[in-house]
Design a protein around this ligand. Structure first.
Ligand SMILES: Nc1ncnc2c1ncn2[C@@H]1O[C@H](COP(=O)(O)OP(=O)(O)O)[C@@H](O)[C@H]1O
Ligand SMILES: Cc1ncsc1CCOP(=O)(O)O
Ligand SMILES: [Mg+2]
Length: 539
């Protein structure tokens, strides 16, 4: 044993698979290219191989790893690990029980365990620091590498649950690597999103197979992965942790930018909202396109200043929604997500959770019911798409908004008489091992108010149309702009228009028309110093 277990670098953990080597490459050459370019840990995983051949291969790879001072872990085969004096073993839930493994391998060998659930973390915590050194947290996304997966993909939220369980059970010795379906396209997002709720713990690294093993140029592939890990800044859209300078000057600047850039806002939205949302988009100086066609999402996402409003009120097929998220994330264009009726039925909740685990959203907007249930602060099912009607104070709404912002690393908006807006983006920064140190209660949150305007809640698609307005503002601002300011501007503009319309209308029917007129007027006048809506920053 040449390693101090505490000093192991888990950041880029290569797991081998000789069944996917490209032509002309060997297991040895791929591992070597990986080691030369930043792999920090290697696991030899050979499923269908004679013991004699496994040993021969293991000895060769061990020699190579030692040249690079990188530990070698053997998958499953404790006998092989012992025979060659490997640095560690990795076992799954269905393999030999961990206490027996520890008894066989002694105190110094690294033991890794595949973990997907909270109760497994509780077990390892009860065993104490002498048993499991690290866990492979997964499966995060579905993967072809695992032939017969027994677990459904857990998504980043499942990984966060595991990190929380480690914190709750004070298993501070145990390191973590995310595993399953991790590729350059999603690694930054996973690292960005997977932080324990107390802000203390992030993943220690990622573990992957195909992106190195199957790469025609494994060196270049590893270099690219290393870059993603070392970047620590996930610029899916430009984000800054500002928000203290939200004044009329800021609103004016946002409106100016939307005016000059005239964003194209793709709506994937419910049938009720289609027409009104397109008109609201036009009223605030932007171009709507209502499209649910899978084949065109990539083309639309590539248009400068495009933005996507994804509203699940009545939904397009799941594969279309997923493709749209993939496209806008790939192009680093903003997505506003409106999980209408999130907890009304189990089906709706599952659909929204699936989408939430599929990508990164710039803003998540909901009414009090949606935000409270997303924050898991109520177990009550929503009545259709209605806002919460039970007892609730502003402190609880602020908490729920912050929890949603923090959990999804997004800008969360909760609507109602008071609108709450929280910034959980951390300026796009991500962490390895220890998190940002802040929890949900510490992140910036503002509330905006313009008196009670009950009629705003009494027309359908009023919340959906705030979603359109937000999408126009985040799509329309210049790339270097602060998106929190853009979201706040949209919410303040919309509330001001609602107030104005409520004084001009004669009832629900004419309110709709007046709301469009007011939005158009306020946007084009662009004199926010006259807007009546107030903003307060919460501590
Ligand atoms: N009582 C109210 N006073 C002032 N504004 C309200 C009130 N109820 C709703 N709104 C505004 O109406 C819009 C829709 O909010 P809400 O009714 O909460 O959402 P949804 O339509 O999604 O159920 C938001 O812009 C919100 O600020
Ligand atoms: C009634 C209804 N049903 C499905 S979507 C929808 C519109 C919801 O609009 P909002 O949440 O903005 O009031
Ligand atoms: Mg409404």
């Amino acid at each position: 044993m040449v390693f101090n277990k505490n000093d192991v670098d888990y950041s880029l953990y290569l797991v081998t698979d000789s069944s996917m080597l490209p032509e002309g490459k060997s297991l040895y050459s791929q591992v070597k290219a990986g080691l030369e370019n930043g792999v920090t840990l290697v696991q030899l995983r050979e499923k269908d191989i004679e013991t004699k051949d496994f040993i021969r291969e293991a000895v060769e790879i061990q020699k190579l790893c030692r040249e690079f001072n990188v530990p070698l872990i053997i998958n499953d085969r404790i006998d092989v690990a012992l025979a060659i004096g490997a640095d560690g073993v990795h076992v799954g839930q269905d393999d030999m029980p961990i206490p027996m493994v520890r008894k066989l391998v002694g105190p110094d060998m690294i033991i890794g365990w595949s973990v997907g659930f909270r109760h497994e973390v509780e077990t390892l915590a009860q065993w104490g620091p002498g048993m499991v050194d690290y866990i492979g947290v997964g499966t995060i996304f579905s993967t072809l590498t695992k032939k017969n997966p027994k677990k459904a993909p857990m998504g980043p939220q499942g990984a966060i649950d595991v990190l929380n369980a480690l914190e709750d059970n004070k298993a501070d010795w145990c390191r973590t690597v995310g595993i399953g379906g991790l590729h350059p396209v999603n690694i930054e997002r996973v690292l960005y999103q997977c932080v324990s709720s107390n802000g203390k713990r992030a993943l220690d690294g990622i573990s992957l197979v195909s992106d190195i093993m199957a790469a025609p140029d494994a060196g270049a592939a590893t270099k690219n992965l290393r870059c993603l890990l070392d970047n620590r800044s996930y610029k899916f859209v430009n984000l800054g942790l500002k928000c203290e300078t939200v004044l009329s000057q800021t609103y004016k600047e946002v409106v100016n930018q939307v005016t000059s850039n005239r964003p194209l806002v793709q709506h994937m939205t419910n049938k009720v909202h289609q027409n009104f949302g397109a008109n609201v988009t036009l009223a605030v100086g932007s171009s709507p396109i209502m499209s649910e066609v899978k084949e065109e999402v990539h083309e639309l996402a590539q248009i400068p200043h495009s933005a996507l409003l994804l509203n699940t009120g009545s939904v397009a097929p799941l594969d279309v929604l997923r493709e749209a998220i993939t496209a806008y994330n790939k192009e680093k264009r903003p997505i506003v997500f409106d999980p209408v009726g999130y907890s009304a039925t189990e089906t709706r909740k599952l659909l929204n959770d699936t989408l939430l685990s599929h990508g990164q959203f710039t803003c998540i907007k909901g009414n009090t019911s949606e935000i409270l249930s997303l924050a898991k602060l109520t177990k009550e099912k929503m009545k259709g798409v209605d806002a919460f009607t039970g007892q609730i104070d502003n402190e609880m709404i602020a908490q729920a908004t912050r929890v949603v912002a923090y959990t999804y690393k997004t800008i969360a908006v909760c609507t109602g008489e008071y609108d709450f807006i929280a910034d959980g983006t951390f300026g796009g920064r991500y962490y390895l091992s220890s998190g940002p140190g802040l929890s949900a209660k510490d992140i910036p949150c503002v509330t905006i108010h313009n008196g009670s305007i009950p009629i705003m809640g009494e027309i359908t698609a009023s919340g959906c149309s705030l979603g359109s307005t937000i999408a126009c503002c985040v799509g329309g601002v210049a790339p270097e702009s602060n998106l929190f300011d853009a979201v706040v501007t949209a919410v303040v503009l919309y509330k001001t228009a609602g107030k104005l319309a409520s004084t001009r209308c004669q009832g629900n029917g004419s309110f709709n028309v007046q709301l469009l007129d007011a939005l158009y007027q306020l946007f084009h006048e662009n004199s926010p110093e006259k807007w009546s809506t107030s903003l307060e920053r919460l501590s």
